[in-house]
Every structure is written in C-alpha cells, then in structure tokens.
Ligand binder design. Structure first.
Ligand code: ADP
Length: 489
C-alpha cells in the first residue's frame, strides 16, 4: 500500500507532545510491515538546524490563498533508519520560526493561513509522485482541511486535486479534541472550498470555521487514540461541542490505542541512560534513581520514594491541582521531580514551590534526556490529567518499572489496572473521579507500599514491566483498517 501521512509533528524531527511520538511510531511500524510510507511535514526552523541531507524534490510551485499566490519549495529526505521518506514544505515566512504553533505562550496570529497553506501544498505535491496514493492519513486540526479538499473535488471536478489522489481514502486521527483549530469566517475564502461547505453540515462551527470539524466531517474514517476516549468524545461532557457530529458518525469512528516504540523507550537499551536494566535484573534501576537524585541535587537515598512527572503544564493535565496540594504532600518523606512547560501561571507556581521545598525540583522546559532519566529513575510517576485521549508516559513508566498513578480517564483507564494488594494483580494506581483528595490518597497509598513492603513493590513493578504495549502489534489495527477501507469502496 502507498500510505501518505500528513502531520505537523513527527519524532525525532518535530515534537511538542504525544502526536509526534505516535506519528513517528506509526510511520516506522507501517514501513516495517512492508508498506510504502511517506510523510509530509512543514520545514520548521529546528529541522534546518539539524542539517539533514535533504534534496530538492520540487523547486517551486504556487499555492493560492484567496487572492494571493504564494510560492513554496519541497525538499525530500530519506530517513535511512526507518526507510521513510519525508517531504518538507518550505515557506520561510510561515515555518522558519522558533515555535511550531506558538511562542512565549501566544499562538501565532496567522495559524489559520499557515495550515491552510500547508494542507494545500501537501495535496499539490502529490502531483509529483510516480504512483497513486491508497491512503492519506491526517492528524489533528492542522491537517483537518485535507479530507474536505479531497471531497470538494467530487463536487467540483475543476479543482486541482492531482490524479494521484483521485481514489485515495482519507483517515483522520483525533489526538486531542480540545485543540480544534477554530478561526473566524474571514479565513474561509483562503481555503477556496465551495460555498456549500460553509454549513453546519460541513466545517462551519458557531459562525466560524473549524479545521478539526472539517476532518471529522469529511474523512472516510475517523480514529482516535483509545477505546474509552472514542466513547467519551461522544458525550456532552467531553465532546467540546462536537459530540453530536461524532455520535452521528459513530459507525466511522474507531479507537485504536497508541503504543510505545521499544527502540526508543526501553530500559535495556535506552541511549539516554548510563545504567540499563530489565525485568530479570532490576538492580540497575537503583543506579538510575541515584543518577536522577544527583542530577537534581536531591538527597541520595533509596528509601525515600521518588515521584516523577513530565507534562505539558496546561489545565487538561491537572498539574494546577497538583501544585495546590504539593505543600501538604511534601511534608511527608518523599521526593518529587517535575519536568514541564506550558501556562505561565502553573509554571510560576511550581517555580515558587521549588524555592521553598528542598524535596521538590522543577525543570521548567523541554528536555528529552531528562524525560528518559525521570521515567527510569523515579519509583512512582503521576498522570493526573482531567482528560487524557491516550497518554504515553504511563506506558513508558510501565515499561521502566515505575508505578503510574493516574486519573481513570481515556487511555489511562484502558492501560492501567488498579493494584490489588491481596491477589497482587494490577500495574498502577487509579483514582476514579478527579479530585485533589483522591489524588493525595493514591500517592499516600503508593508511598506506603513502597516504604513497608519491598517484595510487594517488586511484584507491582514486574506486573507492568511484563506487559506488551509495543507498536509492532498495535500497528496491525491500522493495517486492517486501511485494508477494509480500500475494500469497502
Ligand atoms: P500530550 O501529547 O498530551 O502532551 P502524551 O502523554 O500523549 O501527552 O505525550 C507526551 C509526550 O511528550 C511524551 O513523550 C513525554 O515524554 C513528552 N514530553 C512532554 N513534556 C515534555 C518535556 N517538558 N520535556 C520532554 N518531553 C516531554
């Protein structure tokens, strides 16, 4: 199959969160199954800085945005490790910036035109392929217009959809319904889509346009990243105004859980770690804990339970609640290390707490190396999200023998089984409703087991480490989905 993935992020080239990890793993594992996989991505500034060995694929073509004609250049890059070809869309004004979507906590004011341009350029570049595309797989609001462009061609054959895309089926994956790409109607003319598409039965949303709604409405199949989240987004509580549409399209909506890439997230071979371990030999996990304690200037002591957290610091992730209860928790004999960046208020709160409590350390920023060290060196890892489409850090923690504590929502509900001290089954601790008291109880419960019963704790760790969340078997669900989609038309 010829599979074309269009995304605004892919690990290791452009990452702000789980979207990048998922797209990187999906592309690599589809390619391992023998599919021809190509990925289209904006040529961001940080990718220039990587000095990749890129070649010009198309020297120049123009894209119409309303009355304006913009030129762009396409570069091609073959990632020899994964066998995937990347196409990088160059437009210096739109993409050669310090951020992908925002800077200093402010969204770029021209995000609508940047991603209209990106989507149009992605379609146009298919004209230069020597083969037809079977599946185009789009991710999140940044690429939501693509399924609409493909459908508009059916209504208006004069539109310039390349022949290579004439029989292509579109798959649209929702990684987070909370980010919708909603913009004023003003931008509609830039899309060049037919008037009829600006409708409640289309991409109109409360008088403006919604890129995410376009993807949901016009794609042939919608996927999201866990079974529970697929159900949650059809409810008023978690549907962000799109639950009605998602319910109407429920026969085209499927939840496929994300997995982890065990070439990157695996304590046996993790290139970011000095000491390696596995479920048969846990001794070196202690060395990772010591390294983490040293790194952050904490007391070096195996007996103190060390709690880790890595997160975007936004309301969804529940860290505002964590900040409010942290002084109480830190009065217990625990250590806590947090890596994160996001809303200034939440960041400031943690920065203040770190000044007052020696057993709390906060790294305010993005750091891939520290992320691996925290997952490996902590005893406990918290994921207190208000909602969580899938979540990856709980699966990384399981693989590294670090006990996850999570709110029972979305993918966290699907991947974490609450530990039972009697029959010793379960891989983490899960609190049912989101509240600070439930969160505190779970933390206390975990630290009590850690301090009082080392054998039980070891069993607890091994339960998670022995599970398989690897992409190599998750990818088969996408393979089957694509196959069925092609058969059914
Ligand atoms: P989301 O995509 O909502 O941010 P996920 O749990 O799906 O949440 O994925 C988060 C990914 O981003 C994980 O790989 C996590 O390690 C990484 N991550 C988040 N914040 C940071 C940070 N500050 N530094 C390094 N990695 C981070």
């Amino acid at each position: 199959m010829h599979v074309l993935i269009v995304s605004s992020e892919i690990y290791p080239y452009a990452k702000t969160g789980g979207l990048a990890d998922m797209v990187g793993s999906l592309a690599k594992s589809l390619s391992n199954l023998g599919h021809d996989v190509r990925v289209i991505l904006p040529f961001y500034k940080n990718i220039y800085n990587l000095n990749l060995d890129v070649e010009v694929f198309v020297d120049s073509f123009t894209i119409k945005l309303g009355d304006e004609k913009l030129t762009c250049k396409i570069y091609e890059y073959l990632d020899i490790n994964s066998g995937i070809t990347l196409y990088l869309i160059e437009h210096l004004n739109y993409f050669n910036r310090n951020g992908f979507y925002n800077e200093n906590n402010k969204d770029y004011p021209d995000n609508a035109e940047r991603f209209i341009f990106f989507s149009k350029a992605a379609i146009k570049l298919c004209k230069f392929f020597q083969f037809n595309i079977d599946i185009i797989h789009c991710h999140d609001w940044q690429t939501g217009l693509i399924p609409a462009f493909l459908k508009s061609d059916v209504k208006n054959p004069k539109d310039n959809i390349p022949l290579q895309l004439k029989h292509t089926k579109s798959v649209f994956t929702i990684h987070n319904l909370g980010y919708q790409g909603n913009f004023p109607e003003y931008y509609y003319k830039m899309t060049g889509l037919p008037k009829a598409f600006f409708s409640i039965d289309g991409l109109e949303f409360y008088g403006g346009i919604s890129f995410l709604k376009a993807g949901i409405y016009y794609s042939d199949i919608i996927t999201t990243v866990s079974s529970t989240y697929a159900k949650e987004i059809q409810t008023h509580k978690s549907g962000f105004g799109l639950d009605g549409l998602l319910k109407a399209r429920r026969d085209k909506l499927i939840g496929i859980p994300n997995g982890i890439d065990e070439n990157i997230w695996n304590p046996e071979i993790d290139t970011f770690l000095l000491s390696h371990y596995n479920s048969l030999n846990l001794e070196n996990k202690k060395k990772c804990k010591t390294e983490l304690q040293e790194n952050f200037g904490l007391n070096i002591n195996q007996d103190i339970p060390l709690i880790g957290g890595i997160s975007r610091l936004v309301h969804q992730k529940g860290y505002d609640m964590v900040a409010s209860v942290l002084p109480g928790l830190l009065s217990h004999n625990i250590q806590f290390v947090l890596l994160g960046t996001g809303d200034v208020d939440i960041e400031n709160n943690f920065a203040d707490l770190a000044k007052h409590y020696q057993n709390f350390k906060f790294y305010n920023g993005y750091n891939e190396h520290l992320a691996h060290l925290i997952i490996a060196g902590s005893d406990i890892f918290i994921i207190p999200s208000r909602y969580e489409p899938c979540g990856l850090t709980q699966m990384y923690s399981l693989k590294y023998g670090t006990i996850p504590i999570a709110h029972a929502t979305g993918g966290l509900e699907d991947t974490i089984k609450d530990f039972n001290e009697i029959n010793e089954e379960g891989n983490g601790l899960k609190f049912k409703s989101f509240s600070s008291s439930n969160f505190i109880s779970s933390v206390i419960r975990a630290t009590n087991i850690y301090k009082s019963n080392k054998n039980l704790w070891n069993k607890f760790m091994l339960n998670g480490m022995k599970e398989n969340h690897n992409w190599s078997h998750r990818v088969l669900q996408y393979h089957n989905l694509y196959r069925n989609l092609l058969k059914s038309y």
